[in-house]
Design a protein around this ligand. Structure first.
Ligand code: PMP
Length: 342
């Protein structure tokens, strides 16, 4: 019989999927057969049991805290999270008998908050429109909750086990899956754990591998001042400790409009229902693939990491009225309005 004893055994070993149709006429990649130009492969992280890449860091951070004694039996995990890290932590916590309290900014979709509650966690919602030093900011609220007895805050923005989980699992998986042929790695940057851990591992295997961050316009990684953007889970208004500045060779800035349009394209043309940060990273990867094709780099093997599923964004990225409200065009918006009776 083939089965696992714990859901935690299902984390990682996610597949690579070749992108084709969504790359459009610029690249003309056939769905089947040998690629004629750069190969663009997506690491499909929504296939983790909690639905995102964050299952990896949740396991690693909790196991490390248990080992160091910071997290004791019956303890409470308190974390400011936009949802995915919460799901990962809630899943691991349930398996191991811990309580969870999550602190989210109010821009996080209701769908995501409900998922956390479904796992049995408690959710505290804080305003986005206050600076990080404000007492109501989600960083400060979580600090207060984490100072209670028995509480432990993983702090994904400073916990070295966040990038380390990627150095130890995601990086080696990508290297093995591409048989060492990967030439470029692209990922969105939030805490920076993904890009720093994977990027460092890949560069240690082959220093010629180029590591490219994708970042929402307005975020600090692409030179912004932290002005608001709508794509969730990526971009920051400060520099987290988990981001290793020496790893990325380049940052590609992507607008909300391009991120959302490409997220919808991935769903319609590749049947890949992913979140906006995945669309953002894939848009940057496509841009890179076009540049490489123009340079004649037909041997390029680009891997882009898609962090989560689109299920958590059905009332946002996948809603015509939500996109329309912010003035973003959608393919379907064009024929969504019909005037009868003229
Ligand atoms: N996409 C989503 C949806 C996320 O939740 C996160 C994590 N904040 C990221 C991308 C970025 O990953 P990292 O924090 O490892 O940079």
């Amino acid at each position: 019989m083939q089965y696992v004893n714990s859901l935690l055994d299902l984390i990682g070993n996610t597949p690579l999927l070749k992108l084709s149709t969504s790359l459009g006429p610029e690249l003309q990649v056939e769905k089947y057969g040998e690629p004629k130009g750069p190969l663009l492969l997506a690491k499909v992280e929504y296939l983790n049991p909690g639905g995102s890449v964050k299952d990896r860091i949740a396991t690693r951070m909790i196991e490390a805290a248990e080992a160091s004694g910071e997290l004791q039996p019956g303890g409470t995990i308190v974390e400011p999270t936009s949802g995915n890290t919460g799901v990962g932590l809630a899943m691991v916590a349930q398996e191991k008998g811990y309580k969870c309290i999550f602190v989210c900014p109010d821009k996080v979709s209701e769908d995501k908050r409900n998922v956390l509650k479904a796992y049995g966690a408690e959710v505290v919602v804080c305003p986005t429109a206050v600076p990080p030093e404000h007492p109501d900011s989600y960083y400060n609220v979580s600090d207060r909750l984490a100072s209670q007895p028995g509480a432990w805050k993983p702090n994904q923005y400073a916990n070295p086990h966040n990038p380390r989980s990627h150095y130890e699992t995601t990086g080696p998986e990508i290297w093995a899956q591409t048989e060492g042929k990967i030439t470029h790695f692209v990922a969105g940057v939030g805490t920076g754990g993904t890009i720093s851990g994977i990027g460092r591992y890949l560069k240690e295997q082959n220093p010629d591998i180029q590591v490219i961050g994708a970042d929402p316009a307005g975020s600090v990684y692409s030179g912004g001042d932290g002005r608001p953007y709508l794509v969730e889970g990526v971009g920051e208004d400060f520099w987290p400790d988990t981001y290793d500045k020496s790893v990325a060779d380049r940052i590609i800035e992507v607008s909300d409009a391009d991120s959302f349009a490409f997220t919808r394209r991935l769903a319609r043309e590749e049947a890949l229902l992913v979140g906006g940060s995945a669309g953002m990273a894939a848009f940057a990867a496509k841009k890179l693939a076009i540049e490489l094709a123009e340079e004649g780099r037909d041997d390029a093997v680009i891997v882009v990491l898609l962090p989560d599923s689109g299920r958590g964004y059905l009332t946002k990225v996948f809603s015509d009225s939500w996109l329309g409200q912010y003035g973003f065009a959608t393919e379907s918006n064009a024929d969504a309005e019909t005037t009868v009776g003229d």
